[in-house]
Each structure stands twice: as C-alpha cells, then as structure tokens.
Ligand binder design. Structure first.
Ligand SMILES: [Zn+2]
Ligand SMILES: [Zn+2]
Length: 314
C-alpha cells in the first residue's frame, strides 16, 4: 500500500495552522521524503513516522522552506545511533549546500550521507522509480515523479480450472519463469492472468511557475501535487510561483486523476483559500483536494481516500 503523508502544506513560512513543505510517501515499510522544511522532524514525530525508516530524501530546491529541516532530521538520526546511510537527492549545487549546512554546528553525522545531484534523471529502485524533471523557479529546481512498477494481472480462477492448475508452488514457478509445461501443454503466465495492473504514479512539482515539463512528466498521474501559492495572478508579483487556476490548467491538460493544491501562501487561511480554490477547480472540471497538515492520502481502485491523523486520533 502507498500512503502520502502531508507533513507541511504551507509555502514560504510556517504559520500557526501549517508547516512548510514536506511530503512523506510510505511504501512497503520505507519512508521516502520529498522536501524537508524546518520542523519536519517534529511533524514526523506527530505523524508517528520514524526518521530511521528514511533512506532517501528528495529536495526540490534550496529555498529555506524546502530544506531547512534537513539539519534536525540528520541530528535526530544521529542521536538514535543511525548506521544506515542516507541518500539526499536534489538539483545542481545540492552537494555544496548540504556540505555547508552540515558544517554549520558542532555535530557530525556518525553515518554516511550520499549526495546526488540530478538533472532529468530516472532512478530505479526495487518496486518503484523516481524521475526528476526541471521546473521554472528562478533557481535550480526540480519536480519529482514516484512511479510504482506495473504488476502482473491477477490469476483468473476460471482459467486456472480450465488448465487444471491449483494454487501452490506450480503457480510460483509460472510467475518466476513466465511459462511452464503442464499436462503436456505449455502454459504462459498471460494465459491465466488478467490485464497488467498499472503502478501508482504521484507527481510533485515543488515550487514553479506554470511549466510544460510538469504537464509532460505528470501525464495521467494518479495524483499531481502542484504548488498553487496564489489565488490571483496579481498577488504573485515577480515571484516564480503558480496560481490555483494555472495548477488546474496543467492538471487538466496532463489528464491527472486528482490534483492536490499545495504550498499556499501564508496570507491565506484554509477556509478562505479552499472556498475560492474549489470554485476555480470545479469550473475547470478538475478533481481536487486541498490537503491540510497531517492529511494522509491512500488509493483504492482508481479512487482516493483522505484522512487526517489529528482528527482520527492516530
Ligand atoms: Zn517554497
Ligand atoms: Zn521556492
């Protein structure tokens, strides 16, 4: 199961109501972090997510609201005697910035930290891939896609019966080898399974002004987490951010299933922002959510469920 934890949903600076960007994906026991704004460790503690299960942190760019939590995270990992290495991924200059950051106080991590500077890269891990893509934010900045591997279709009961196959080691062999000889016949895996199941795809923009790379990389994603800092273009000034309408337009053209509006400016309270943003998304026909801190999204047969960790007392 894949769970998306919104640990901080506000942009630019923390407010009473919300923290700055950090998104945790929990997938098969691993926690993968996308951005780590200040206070991410505290948000993780509240969400009961152990930093010891984090092996990879993907930073979108080096504005403070997206990375200043790295220090607290690393220091906590150290206090808990971490030995496992940690991988930090980010755009150009990540090596330099992480190095400077780690040299800024009287502590040294007792575990290895591997820094990876990415361009547009496709990283393959067991069971999933992470793709990075360039976005437009006035400084080197990346968006990311988490893509679960496609899985084989389910075994079809009537087909198994037709071929006289039963649950057990023989199906394991068929799965491993792709075909087996059975009762004098060659049976292929696809003869007895349904259509392949598409792996989940989650795209996250980080900070960006409207950008065609997002549309390209987020194509048909199950969830696009798009920054939507402002409600109106006039509020944007000279900054390289997006409005709700622009995020919706990208989501619609990329044919994503759901859009999560993220990184709203600190000037907006949730209700005010949600009321305006809902009107815009509805008028453009986009399925959307406006996550709050500690919301968790899960997916089930093409649909999305959202719960809040503070409200359900977990
Ligand atoms: Zn930001
Ligand atoms: Zn930024």
């Amino acid at each position: 199961m894949l769970e998306v934890f919104f640990l901080g949903t506000g942009g630019i600076m923390p407010t009473r109501e919300r923290n700055v960007p950090a998104i945790a994906l929990r997938y098969k026991g691993e926690i993968i972090l996308f951005d780590a704004g200040e206070g991410t460790i505290r948000q993780m503690n509240t969400a009961k997510l152990s930093p010891m299960k984090v092996e990879k942190i993907f930073i979108t760019h080096f504005h403070g609201d997206h990375y200043l939590g790295l220090g607290g995270l690393i220091q906590t990992m150290n206090l808990w005697n971490r030995e496992k290495p940690l991988h930090i991924y980010g755009p150009k200059y990540t090596f330099e910035f992480v190095q400077n950051f780690l040299n800024s106080g009287f502590f040294r991590p007792g575990f290895d930290i591997h820094v990876h500077e990415l361009g547009e890269t496709r990283l393959k891990f067991g069971g999933y891939e992470v793709w990075s893509f360039k976005v437009e934010h006035g400084v080197p900045a990346l968006g990311y896609v988490f893509k679960e591997k496609d899985r084989r279709g389910e075994f079809l009961k009537e087909k198994l019966e037709e071929y006289g196959l039963e649950e057990g080691p023989v199906l394991g062999k068929l799965e491993r080898e792709g075909k087996i000889e059975w009762n004098g016949k060659i049976i292929r895996l696809e003869d007895v399974t349904g259509p392949r199941r598409k792996g989940l795809k989650i795209a996250y923009t980080g900070d960006t002004e409207p950008c065609e790379r997002v549309k390209l990389f987020a194509e048909r994603a199950d969830l696009l987490i798009h920054e939507a800092t402002y409600l109106n273009p006039e509020d944007r000034g000279e900054s390289y951010h997006s409005t709700v309408e622009e995020a919706c337009d990208t989501a619609r053209r990329a044919k994503v299933k759901f859009l999560a509006l993220f990184h709203r400016a600190f000037r907006y309270g949730y209700d005010e922002y949600a009321a305006e943003a809902s009107k815009i998304c509805e008028s453009l026909g986009v399925n959307f959510v406006i996550p709050r801190d500690f919301d968790v999204i899960t997916f089930k047969s093409g649909s999305l469920a959202i719960r809040n960790l503070l409200e359900d007392g977990k």
